[in-house]
Design a protein around this ligand. Sequence first.
Ligand code: ADP
Length: 297
Amino acid sequence: ADNRWLKVTEAKTPHGYTVGISTDVTAEQRALKAAEAADREKTEFLNNVSHELRTPLTVISGRASFLRNSERLPQSKSLAAALENATPADGAVTTAVTSFQRFVSEQSAGIENSAKHMLRLVEDLLDWTRVARGQLELDLARIEVTDLGRTVVEDLRPDAEAKGLTLTYSQDGPAEAMADTIRLKQILYNLISNAIKFTDTGNIHLSIEQLGDQIVFSVADTGCGIAQDDLERVFQRFQQVDGSMSRQKGGLGLGLAIAEQLAVLHGGALSLESELGKGSTFRLTLTRAEAAFQRTG
Ligand code: ADP
């Protein structure tokens, strides 16, 4: 009555009779369709939430950065000028204004950092929804990668030093790959930020080496490491190894899933070696541009 379809499969009984086994296919298919629809709905929802959050966050981050440099604002300058012209010059007022400017600047730096952190999470969510819908596309060009590696290390060095860690870099000569500059940077930022996040003492090292047709980017840390049983899991979406520790460190468990997808879209791979308590080495392997061209003719 309610559109039930039965699938009949033939089977033999132990005594050799052929019987028909009927399964309610409609129910199975319906469940599958419902699961797919739910999955799509979730992706849509994530996408909408991320878009909604991104706009106000961009505003907060922008305004905070504006305030952080408050002494450069025209209002602040005219205040300072007015004070200078006031007779007699009141040292106490000048000190109060300077201290107020410093206060505004410190508070804004805090707001800016938090907004930037949230923006990174939102960007990860947006990237993930692009991956889930198969809409993440690369803008490939032939690029030299060792300068790019150095830039990422220099950008992240203050974060490492703030935790008392050293961040070093080595390479064995200029190397060219067919890559999307922004996305390649994103992979390296992600690996090095993770290394900083999960290391309490020691050193983080990025090396770029050429091995035959390959360029190998290795990010090695002396951090907490990952148990053998968890090695596969870290690349899965929303997965964090030790729930308690990762929650302490924050994050959505999307960074490595996105990084791996980006590596694959580049025709490369992301792999991991780790020992619990000793540290981890993540390796991104890309094909050298020369070799990639030879291969495609
Ligand atoms: P998140 O942003 O939540 O950290 P990721 O996908 O970047 O998500 O990482 C997933 C999990 O992999 C982390 O929560 C952590 O448990 C583990 N992990 C990633 N990088 C490292 C590392 N360098 N050392 C130890 N564990 C790591």
